[in-house]
Every structure is written in C-alpha cells, then in structure tokens.
Design a protein around this ligand. Structure first.
Ligand SMILES: *Cc1c(COP(=O)(O)O)cnc(C)c1O
Length: 390
C-alpha cells in the first residue's frame, strides 16, 4: 500500500528534533555535526538568533500580503542584491525551480520583444541540475529525471560539461541562452574554471546569446564570494538564486540586468507567495550577514582550513577517498568506496554529508561553522572511513 507521503524519497531513519548552529539533535539525544545544511540551505546554521528574530518579528506583524500591495522587506532585499551584484532588478520566488522557470521565460520574452521570436533555444551542460519542473528537467536533460515525463518541453539541448567548443558549435540562429552552474552541485561538485567562465561569456557575447548562471547551490557566500561567478570577474545576464538566500526559509530569486529583463512588463509574470514578507525578512537578515566582506573573508579562511584537513583525510584513507574538489565551503570528496556507504558510515559516526553524482560526497557546512567544528567534522569523517575500511 502506498504511504501517505508520496514515496519519491528514500529517507534515512533519522529524526532530528532540534538544530543549534552546525549541530542537529536526534530524537534519541545523539548530536550530529551537520555538513549538509539541508543541501546548502542553512548558510548560517540552525536557529541563528538574527534569523529567528527576523522571522518571529515578521510573523507577529503580518505573514502574507500579496504582490498587489507594497512589501517593504521585498524592496529592501531587492535593493541589497542589486547593490551587491551585477543585477539591476530582482524577482523573488519560493524555490530554485521557480527561479529556473522565470529564467527560461525571461530569455524567451527578451528576444520576443526584440522582434526575434524564433530565438527560443537554451543550451545547458550535461550533469546539470536546474530543478524538477518540466522546463528544468528538459534543460538538464538527464535521463534519470526525464524518463516517463515526455513529451519534454522543446527548445533545450545539452553539450558535455565544460566543452566550450561543443557549446559554440551547438549555437544556432535560434539560440537564446546558455544555462550553466559555475559549480555543478548535484552533478558532483564540478567547477567551471575562471577561464572557462570567461570564455563562456565571450562566446555568448559573440553570438548575441544571454548567459544565465544557476547559482542556486553555489551562490550566497558558499564559495567565499556572494556569487560564485565573481571569482571569474564576469557579468552574467541572469542569475538564479535560492537555497542559501533564505537561510532555511523557502526563498528564491532571479537577478537580471535591465537589458535581459527588458521583456518583462506588467502582467508578464507573477507569484502568489514569491517575495512574501516572511521570506524576505529572513532574506534581508541573511544578506546583512553573508554580504559583509569580513564574513566572506572568514568563509575563505575556513575553506582553506577545511580543505587542508580534507587533503589529510584523503591521504590517510586512499582506499576510501580519491580526491578533494570544489571551491570555498562547497566541497566534494571523490570516493573510491561507494559514496552512499560513506554517507551511511558518517551517520554511524554522527556526521552528516550528502551524496552527489559521480561517486562524490558533498560537504556543504554552514558558512559560520567554527574552526573547532571543522576539526571535529574531519575527526568524525576519519572514524567513518576507518570503520568502512575495517
Ligand atoms: C537545488 C537546485 C535547484 C532547484 O532548487 P529547488 O529549490 O529544489 O527547486 C536548481 N538548481 C540548482 C543548481 C540546485 O542545486
């Protein structure tokens, strides 16, 4: 008999009843060190006092209005994002998938309004993940996500990850945009190099194609910059954000230049909940902290510490781990043992990691994880690896 909850997930038998910073407390009292952060969501850990205060203060004032009315917290969050990024304008969503939907609509409308309605094509990289909507699965194109859901939305194609020659060859008169994650998350922590991102920008410019970066997982301080593409010094046309931007409250955003968004007039898009007062109040608190240079400097320092310790871990367990990859606190361990076995051994040692494709485990700690917790995390991963080899 089918379970009351649609059985699309295979869940670990863990019931966390409380979170404190980088720690999750199981019903039975065990304390787990959380290197998953709800898959790169809880950027400031669990129950951060400033976020709790932002949410509860707003909850006591007004929960939901509608985009028919003024929402000051939405305006201030948009202004902060515009001030801190390439963007001129922002639309708020509730998730990364919805951000992807708008990105698709925005690029098509951009060319439609410019009198080029045939430009509808979107090229993405293999191994990408852009969400679970019909457009997002068509964009990523992976068989795992698309099987049985045909006919797929037309206009999407994929080229091998990072293959810029193939990408340029795939661009036609009908191409509207290239979608790319600066660092693929679900795909297994696969970064595009700064040079690749710069070349991608140049190719898009050469062919009059918009560059859309999916920073749902790698953005909001995760790599040590507010947005990952900043490392490459490039200006995208559109950026999709979500996950970390709400610090654990459902929130997403599409950031765009005025030019990219030029087709989006009144009535062209909307959302009942998108940009609601609760989400935007928390989003403001997140950006007020994560957007500070000192905070990002500290992320970079911690990232160096963690990476160094992980290199040591890999060296101590060459039968279990192959290598460390990633940028900032978006780290992956390419495994020799089966990644899901290592995640399980982590649970046994009360440390939480997240599997990804390509036999990788992801380490996506809270960006304010303490140095002591980084040491403790690697100690626990070491114990997990030792147990697995034994
Ligand atoms: C998680 C993710 C999404 C989808 O976000 P949801 O909030 O789950 O809809 C899209 N793109 C990337 C890169 C992601 O990591």
């Amino acid at each position: 008999m089918i379970s009351p909850v649609l059985p699309t997930y295979s869940r670990a038998p863990l019931n966390f009843v409380k979170g404190e910073g980088s720690w999750l407390i199981e019903e039975d009292g065990r304390r787990f060190l959380d290197l998953g952060s709800g898959i790169a969501v809880n950027v400031l850990g669990h129950a951060h006092p400033k976020l709790v205060d932002a949410l509860t203060t707003q909850a006591n004032a007004v929960w939901h209005l509608s985009n028919l009315y003024q929402i000051p917290s939405q305006e201030s969050l948009a202004q902060k994002l515009v001030d801190a990024s390439f963007a001129d304008t922002v639309f708020f969503t509730n998730s990364g998938t919805e951000a992807c939907e708008l990105a698709v609509k925005m690029v098509r409308k951009h060319f439609y309004e410019k009198g080029q309605p045939d430009k509808i094509g979107i090229i993405a990289f293999e191994g990408a993940f852009h969400g679970r909507s019909t457009a997002a699965i068509a964009a990523a194109g992976s068989e795992k996500m698309t099987t049985g859901y045909g006919p797929l939305m037309p206009g999407f194609s994929q080229v091998p990850f990072g293959d810029l020659e193939a990408l340029e060859a795939a661009i036609t008169d009908e191409t509207a945009a290239v979608f790319a994650e600066p660092i693929q998350g679900e795909g297994g922590i696969n970064p595009l190099s700064d040079e690749q991102l710069q070349e991608l920008r140049a190719i898009c410019d050469k062919h009059g194609v918009l560059l859309v970066l999916d920073e749902v997982q790698c953005g909001i301080g995760r790599t040590g910059k507010l947005f990952a593409h900043e490392w490459a010094g490039i200006t995208p046309d559109i950026v999709m954000s979500a996950k970390g931007i709400g610090g654990g409250f459902p929130l997403g955003a599409v950031l765009a230049t005025e030019n990219a968004a030029s087709g989006m007039g009144k009535g062209s898009h909307g959302s009942t909940y998108g940009g609601n007062p609760l989400g935007c109040s928390v989003g403001n608190a997140v950006i007020d902290i994560v957007g500070q240079d000192e905070f990002l400097d500290d992320v970079n320092r911690k990232a160096g510490l963690m990476r160094q310790k992980l290199e040591g871990l890999v060296a101590s367990h060459p039968d279990v781990f192959d290598s460390v990859r990633g940028t900032g606190l978006m780290l992956g361990l390419k495994c020799k043992a089966t990644n899901t076995d290592i995640v399980q051994a982590g649970y046994d040692n009360e440390v939480i990691t997240v599997p990804a494709s390509d036999n990788v485990i992801r380490l996506l700690p809270a960006l304010n994880i303490t140095d002591e917790d980084i040491s403790e995390a690697v100690t626990r991963l070491d114990a997990a690896a030792a147990a697995l080899s034994a």
